[in-house]
Every structure is written in C-alpha cells, then in structure tokens.
Design a protein around this ligand. Structure first.
Ligand SMILES: Cc1cc2nc3c(=O)[nH]c(=O)nc-3n(C[C@H](O)[C@H](O)[C@H](O)COP(=O)(O)O)c2cc1C
Length: 183
C-alpha cells in the first residue's frame, strides 16, 4: 500500500498552542496510509535575501522535509488578522532561492483555531493567497474556521464528540485531495 508522507506546519511557537493541539488531534483522523511530521520553524533565522546562496542548515532541513513529502498541512493561528510572522518567515525561506521553491505543486490543506469568533478565517485567506502564488493547490472545501471552546478536545487530546463528524469530513476530503494530486 502506498504511503503518503505529509509535512505539518503549525503557525504558532507557543508552548501550549491550540493550533499544535489541533494538529496533533486532527492527524489521528487520517487513514493508516497517511503519516504526518510536524516540522520545526522556530529555529529558522529571519529571512534575509543576502543568504539565498548560503542557506542556514535549518532552512536546508526544512526544504528537504518539504521536498520529500507528498503534501502539506498548515494549521495556523491568526495574528492581527493575518498569518503569524513565524509562518510567513518559514514560507519565504523554503520558497528561495528564486526558481528553487520547495513548495511548488505540493497539495495542501489549511485549517486553524483561534479565540476569536471567526476562527482564523482572515489568516487562512491570507495564507491561501500566498500559497496560490507559490503554486500550491489548496483544498477549497470544507473550510474549517475553529474557535476555542470547552470540549473541543477530550482528555486524551482527541477531537471531542461535538466536532468529530465535521473534522472527520474535513480530513476525508483532505486525504482525497492529496491522492488526487499525487501520482
Ligand atoms: C499578536 C497577537 C495577535 C492576535 N490577533 C488575533 C486575531 O487577529 N484574530 C484572532 O482570532 N485571535 C488573535 N489573537 C489571539 C489568538 O487567537 C490566541 O492567542 C491563540 O491562542 C493563538 O493560537 P495558538 O494558541 O496556537 O498560539 C492574537 C494573539 C496574538 C498574540
């Protein structure tokens, strides 16, 4: 059975990040032919175009991980109605040097959770805009704008009963999206 390796990029460095919890929980809804790896973005330097010809080892590592993957899963926080700088920093790093982007063609899912009522909707739209430019096909439906609430996660860190049906559907559609794009 073909195995699909997915790179998970969490758009928050916070120790108790809700988005990391969501990333950990949602991957448990995937079938056994999918495996997921959260990549580290907190140790990347601030992007500087002067370094394009001599990328840091952490940048090379990130690019290797993306290149080796079949697909991408972005789970992002919303900061000031956009994506957190740490996420944009990682995206910029792996998009360079010009013509050597690691992102191009990798099918992606975009999801996020915030304390606000519209649950990262604006950040996700900004992220989709960036990914479109990078030639990353993103799953359009269902959209998942999740607000922090009691019971979203159970005590074991799984998706709670109230949200499970919806997020299972999201994962099923994501799996189909990746398979559609990977030969
Ligand atoms: C700098 C900053 C800006 C924020 N801006 C937004 C925002 O625009 N929309 C929103 O829903 N929440 C916003 N929040 C609150 C986040 O939803 C909340 O901090 C959340 O826990 C971040 O995700 P995380 O738990 O994965 O780190 C902001 C938080 C910070 C620190």
């Amino acid at each position: 059975m073909k195995q699909y390796q997915i790179v998970v990029v969490v758009g928050s460095l916070r120790k108790d990040s809700f988005n990391r919890k969501l990333a950990n929980a949602i991957v448990r809804l995937a079938p056994p032919d999918f495996s997921f790896k959260q990549v580290q973005i907190g140790d990347l330097p601030l992007y500087n175009q002067d370094d394009d010809s001599n990328q840091a080892e952490s940048v090379k590592r990130l690019k290797r991980e993306i290149t080796a993957s079949h697909g991408l899963l972005f789970v992002t926080a919303e900061y000031n109605r956009s994506i957190p700088g740490v996420l944009k920093n990682a995206i910029d790093h792996a998009s360079r040097p010009y013509g050597q982007s690691a992102w191009a063609g990798k099918p992606a899912g975009v999801i996020g959770i915030s304390v606000g009522a519209i649950g990262t909707a604006v950040a996700q739209q900004h992220l989709r805009n960036v990914l479109a430019y990078l030639d990353v096909p993103t799953l359009g439906q269902p959209e998942a704008f999740i607000q922090v609430k009691d019971g979203l996660f159970d005590e074991a860190g799984n998706i709670g009963v109230d949200s499970k049906k919806f997020l299972q559907k999201w994962m099923d559609q994501y799996v189909a999206w990746v398979k559609k794009h990977v030969a």
